[in-house]
Design a protein around this ligand. Structure first.
Ligand SMILES: *[C@@H]1O[C@H](CO)[C@@H](O)[C@H](O)[C@H]1NC(C)=O
Ligand SMILES: *[C@@H]1O[C@H](CO)[C@@H](O)[C@H](O)[C@H]1NC(C)=O
Ligand SMILES: *[C@@H]1O[C@H](CO)[C@@H](O)[C@H](O)[C@H]1NC(C)=O
Ligand SMILES: *[C@@H]1O[C@H](CO)[C@@H](O)[C@H](O)[C@H]1NC(C)=O
Ligand SMILES: *[C@@H]1O[C@H](CO)[C@@H](O)[C@H](O)[C@H]1NC(C)=O
Ligand SMILES: *[C@@H]1O[C@H](CO)[C@@H](O)[C@H](O)[C@H]1NC(C)=O
Ligand SMILES: *[C@@H]1O[C@H](CO)[C@@H](O)[C@H](O)[C@H]1NC(C)=O
Length: 255
């Protein structure tokens, strides 16, 4: 009896010892592995260098050099640019999607410079931010034309360059942005008519173009914009009659 008790307690001791060693080993392995994963993914996920250069050039020209929430000068896709922080909470802002190439490449999906009194032309470098879904440049002092390359940023869903002093015609290439949901054109100092190509923006739900300097008749192609919910177009020199097609925009809530 005593010897079997001794035997069992020894066995228990042995097992728990082995378990402990095994458990420790497992724990160590787990930690090492996790650390490796963590450092690998944070070391490996890098902002696309072409996009980084574009953002650095633009922000440098506009004198934006410091941010406490994301790394404006170094690795751009860091801090608030990749965590859950809402882009409304910091400015200037970028947001990145780091899920490209097995989580090794970050592309910039949002670029925002809102109401920071930046001046000069609509930045050409933006043509390299081809993954943008949101571009916000509203409430600044941008002058000169809206460039045709805007039509190449085909992922754009939210585009706002309202409240600037942009001039010249609205480029017909804007009609290439088939994914646009919201478009802020005005106020601005554009001239000429709305290009018929804008009738291709079938997903457009919000369109702000108050006081944009536009004139002429509204193209009949706009009848295809049946997703429209909010259309603000006062303070322009549009002529002709209010088109019948307004009646086919069954989702319209604000006109
Ligand atoms: C910004 O990034 C650079 C290079 O990636 C790094 O050396 C620097 O420490 C970073 N700064 C901050 C505030 O994260
Ligand atoms: C992603 O990782 C998987 C498995 O490690 C690999 O087979 C695949 O080729 C990788 N894809 C890319 C784009 O690197
Ligand atoms: C876009 O990036 C390429 C590669 O860095 C560069 O050569 C080109 O000048 C950039 N385009 C603009 C408009 O900055
Ligand atoms: C748009 O992209 C196409 C294909 O990359 C290019 O040929 C064209 O010049 C670009 N348009 C503008 C206005 O930059
Ligand atoms: C608007 O553009 C016209 C030329 O089209 C120019 O004469 C005028 O000064 C501009 N106004 C503003 C406020 O920029
Ligand atoms: C509308 O046209 C008139 C006369 O051509 C001009 O004086 C006025 O500035 C224009 N208004 C807008 C908002 O473009
Ligand atoms: C609306 O879209 C259809 C299909 O793409 C097209 O055939 C039609 O011409 C467009 N309507 C107008 C007035 O442009």
């Amino acid at each position: 009896m005593a010897s079997s008790k001794f035997f069992f307690s020894q066995l228990l001791h042995l097992i728990s010892g082995r378990c402990c060693i095994f458990f420790c080993f497992l724990l160590c392995f787990f930690f090492l592995f996790c650390e490796r994963c963590r450092s690998e993914s944070s070391a490996a996920a890098k902002t696309d260098p072409i996009e980084a250069r574009a953002v650095n050039t633009i922000l440098g020209r506009w004198g934006q050099t410091e941010s406490s929430v994301w790394n404006i000068s170094g690795e751009l896709c860091s801090g608030a640019a990749i965590d859950g922080t809402d882009a409304g909470q910091f400015n200037p802002a970028i947001k990145c999607d780091c899920n490209f190439h097995n989580g090794t490449v970050c592309h910039i999906t949002l670029f925002q410079v809102f109401a920071l009194d930046v001046t000069g032309a609509f930045p050409e470098e933006l043509s390299n931010l081809t993954y943008l879904t949101t571009l916000t440049l509203s409430r600044n002092c941008l002058t000169g034309p809206l460039p045709a390359f805007i039509g190449n940023l085909s992922s754009l869903q939210y585009l706002d360059f309202g409240t600037n002093a942009l001039s010249g015609p609205i480029p017909r290439e804007l009609g290439n942005l088939k994914n646009l949901i919201s478009l802020g054109l005005g106020p601005n100092n554009f001239s000429g008519t709305l290009p018929a190509e804008l009738g291709s923006l079938r997903n457009l739900q919000q369109w702000y173009m108050t006081s944009s300097g536009l004139s002429g008749e509204l193209p009949t192609s706009l009848s295809n914009l049946t997703a429209m919910q909010t259309l603000m177009m006062s303070g322009n020199n549009f002529t002709g009659k209010l088109p019948d097609f307004i009646g086919t925009w069954s989702n319209l809530e604000v006109l």
